[in-house]
Ligand binder design. Structure first.
Ligand code: 5RP
Length: 231
């Protein structure tokens, strides 16, 4: 039997790619859910759909190239029509925590120029309040210890993300501190406080950016939740 979480991810991805039209420029997300969207877009390209795309990570770019999805450099982009990406947590106001896959900085740059930003998740990612998932914070390796202390002063326990016995390095050669705050009651305020710390390159809060959340459940149910309520 198919893993239930994978089924939810595939269903959400399948629904999201229905929004794509010929001629669009797309943002390709990162992670195990975005993977299924990229696969689906690859199939559409194979069937003759003409689109262009930018990727939010080297990993997604490599996958897209394997699938013959035309990749353009970010320098060639003014706006993106649609981006489809995953998330680690989604609250009732459609605020997100992202960055579990380490691509948060590129993901936020891409999200910020996207006209219609679609987030795809399996239903386990939908939460009342953000914070069970530690907030990923991308920091400059130079003086990271100072940045860590400033983050801790906001009330969290930062933990260096590791790759074996070395700090994990993002595609931008930065470190990630995973910050456990517990339940977060005011994500917009905390986002401002975290991003005000010099040394923080980006945090994993995506506040008010998502236009639509598409969640898939193992039983086959797909929910589309827009800013204006369920559609
Ligand atoms: C990568 C991300 C991913 O979208 C997020 O971690 C969700 O990943 P997955 O779909 O594998 O659960 O933000 O930086």
């Amino acid at each position: 039997m198919e893993n239930p979480a994978i089924k939810g991810k595939k269903l959400a991805a399948g629904k999201a790619i229905e929004y794509i039209r010929a001629g669009m420029t797309l943002g390709l997300g990162t992670g195990s859910t975005a993977y299924w969207a990229i696969q689906g877009i690859g199939d559409m390209v194979k069937e003759g759909l003409s689109i262009k795309a930018v990727a939010t990570s080297l990993q997604s770019e490599a996958l897209a190239r394997e699938l013959n999805i035309p990749i353009i450099p970010f320098s060639a982009v003014d706006h993106l029509d649609i981006t489809i990406d995953g998330a680690d947590e989604v609250d009732k106001e459609l605020n997100l925590i992202k960055g579990g896959g380490g691509a948060l900085l590129r993901e936020k740059i891409v999200a910020a120029v996207t006209k219609f930003y679609i987030i795809i998740v399996d239903e386990s990612k939908l939460v009342d309040k953000l914070g069970k998932f530690p907030l990923p914070v991308e920091v400059a390796p130079f003086a990271w210890e100072l940045t860590e202390r400033k983050l801790a002063a906001l009330g969290c326990t930062p933990k260096m993300r590791m790759a074996g016995d070395q700090p994990y390095l993002t595609d931008n050669n930065h470190y990630i501190l995973d910050c456990s705050f517990g339940t977060i009651h005011d994500p917009a305020l905390l986002h401002r406080q975290v991003s005000d710390i010099t040394g923080v390159m980006e945090d994993g809060f995506f506040i008010g950016m998502a236009d639509v959340i598409i969640s898939g459940a193992p039983g086959g149910e797909v929910k589309v939740i827009s800013k204006n309520g369920k559609v």
